[in-house]
Design a protein around this ligand. Sequence first.
Ligand SMILES: Nc1nc2c(c(=O)[nH]1)N[C@H]1C(S)=C(S)[C@@H](COP(=O)(O)OP(=O)(O)OC[C@H]3O[C@@H](n4cnc5c(=O)[nH]c(N)nc54)[C@H](O)[C@@H]3O)O[C@H]1N2
Ligand SMILES: Nc1nc2c(c(=O)[nH]1)N[C@H]1C(S)=C(S)[C@@H](COP(=O)(O)OP(=O)(O)OC[C@H]3O[C@@H](n4cnc5c(=O)[nH]c(N)nc54)[C@H](O)[C@@H]3O)O[C@H]1N2
Ligand code: SF4
Ligand SMILES: [Mo]
Length: 684
Amino acid sequence: MEPAIERLTGVFSSVCPLDCPDQCGLLIHKEAGHIVKIEGDPDHPVTQGAICNKVRNMGQRIYDPKRLRYPMKRVGPKGSGQFERVSWEDAIETISGHWKKLIAGAGAESILPYSFYGNMGRIGTEGMDRRFFHRLGASRLLQTICSAAGTEGYRYTMGGSYGIDPEDTIHAKLIIMWGINAVSTNMHQVMLAEKARKNGAQIIVIDVHRNQTGRWADWFIPILPGTDAALALGLMHILFAEGMTDEDFLEQYTVGYEELREHVKYYEPAIVSGITGVPVEDIYRLARMYGETSPSFIRIGNGPQHHDNGGMFVRTISCLPALTGQWLKRGGGAIKGNGGYLNVNTTALQRPDLLAKSTRRINMNLLGSALLELEPRIRSLYVYNANPAVAAPHANKVRQGLEREELFTVVHDLFLTETAAYADIVLPATSSFENTDLYTSYWHHYVQIQQPVIEPYAESKSNVEVFRLLAQAMGFTDSAFQDSEDEMIRQALDHPHNPYLEGVTFEALAERRYAKAQVKPLFPGKLKTPSGKIELYSKAMERRGYPPLPAYVPLPEEDDSPFWFIPAPNHNFLNSTFSNNEKHVRMEKSPKLHMNEADAAALGITEGDAVKVWNRQGECILTAAVGDQVLPGVVVSQGLWSDASAGGKALVNALTPDRLADMGGGAVFFSGKVHVAKQDPQSS
Ligand SMILES: Nc1nc2c(c(=O)[nH]1)N[C@H]1C(S)=C(S)[C@@H](COP(=O)(O)OP(=O)(O)OC[C@H]3O[C@@H](n4cnc5c(=O)[nH]c(N)nc54)[C@H](O)[C@@H]3O)O[C@H]1N2
Ligand SMILES: Nc1nc2c(c(=O)[nH]1)N[C@H]1C(S)=C(S)[C@@H](COP(=O)(O)OP(=O)(O)OC[C@H]3O[C@@H](n4cnc5c(=O)[nH]c(N)nc54)[C@H](O)[C@@H]3O)O[C@H]1N2
Ligand code: SF4
Ligand SMILES: [Mo]
């Protein structure tokens, strides 16, 4: 068939590029070469024709007049956003010229790439870019901001990012959404759960905030932040004590269950209730529902692992399904992430062999201190697929780092983001609908391919194209820099060590748009843990100085600020993406602070008041939403608001700690503490 790009009018298949587990198949309606409508692909087995509002309205973002049209160089102070148009040739020459000087003097490690998954395409986010920075010999970024702690915690128990097939969850009779705001962040899991519900399944949500997911549940259980591991240990206590465990499964497929049985004797419901704020009778009720219902499914969210004890939270929760033998039941078990099944050939894709000698690694969660304090100095920063001035922890420190006059910063984005405002050179990026790329979900089992549907916007270029240009300007002659997108997709899919990808080929994807990995149930079978079994007791953890059994470790109380502060994502943005697009901002209304009515009354705060939220690191002004959605002592905001949409006053990451979690160097966005007061109307 004629490629989509060459037909001005019609309906074309596409993929949602956003960092969202659902990774939907899309249909793009085009008229006269323009996108006029975006809808869900009814043929995609998981999407089933349904997509979120964010992406239904994505056309507004693609053609937003604020979109960057051409490269620019800075002409005002850093952060002021004053730029002047330059040509691509000038931009690339300026960057390569600067870097050649740096390499000759301070060395290539003085250059730091900073990126995340603004677009999940594997060729553009971990392909040509990696080849380039490997060859350059730049410092390497540890990409820890999202799920690093939980991924490591889950790996100790289960051997890697392997859970059940979400399509099987329609067979579950009990579904626990644990620390996931799925109505906003994983809507197709909600659709699947609805099917299960029609067949009699009960849905439980455990969260610190009764948001729309909590309101959708049959039973909402509010919990104090960072205490979930204690609740899970309390459930285990009751499961063992009341004989609700599956001894055959434990014997055959786990190690350490006798030690665990002893270990959880301490976690009596009264003790657990004191820690978690969950009433004793609810702990019993939950344990008995979990112990007596089969199949049961736990969707382990990202929220609770954004705490100091986040790795251990996931490690602990992920032990639960083994206790009742759920992994053998269709629809029973858990999903934290399923990325392991769709691993591509990263050696071929990223070419680590191009790195001549090992270079230092820098944790992205410490960007502020890395820019301000790290020696030898970082002298150049190249940002793509990310907006750390808004999305990174301790964001004021990040901005202070970006202000360094002698730091040579390049930002490649579709918009002049808050980060781009600090750049010396800004490069315009294509949207995913203008590119070729490969997409692998970290939740469902489908792989998809994206081929260009529309022409590049103005002078914008894809990540792959820009790194090709930079490679050429740097004089890198390796053939790796000449590979086309199609060739790179073939290299990525040719992965002899991943049996699940058998039959998932470029041709199959190009023809049918998506292909399902050949995933078999985990049990009966052997896991990739050292023992091949579920490790309730982990010697690997012991060797690394962690408690070998699941554990509850209280959060550190950093100071005497009275409230736990949970700055969670919202419904209509995706991290900071869409926070600068009018339609999405309108749908989201204003940045709120949810607080308990007792706390509000004590502080003289009523619904709709402007409130000041502050700690040692900074302050925000948000609008109070008062009620019973959160427990006393907890406040919750939603969304990463752009400076422009919130008058620069809702930078919630100004308040988040840049400590690292217990595992994986993860971020601890939700373990901060704050003061709250009614904002004096005179001072706002
Ligand atoms: N609409 C929308 N969708 C998104 C995103 C978005 O920004 N907006 N972001 C995408 C990305 S990158 C990711 S990683 C995922 C994240 O999506 P989720 O996995 O849903 O994770 P979060 O939304 O970070 O947090 C989930 C819930 O954890 C709760 N929580 C916080 N601390 C605790 C705790 O200690 N215990 C318990 N039980 N709950 C707690 C929060 O109140 C929140 O409701 O969503 C993706 N999808
Ligand atoms: N307070 C708080 N902070 C959080 C979180 C939270 O829950 N609370 N969640 C954290 C999590 S889970 C995550 S994953 C991070 C995400 O943080 P970031 O990765 O920084 O995500 P975004 O803020 O969405 O920024 C993505 C940027 O990539 C750009 N982009 C999109 N496509 C392309 C492309 O093809 N090429 C280039 N060059 N650019 C592109 C977009 O325009 C956008 O500006 O945020 C973290 N920050
Ligand atoms: S953001 Fe998520 S739910 Fe929305 S279209 Fe993309 S993949 Fe689907
Ligand atoms: Mo994330």
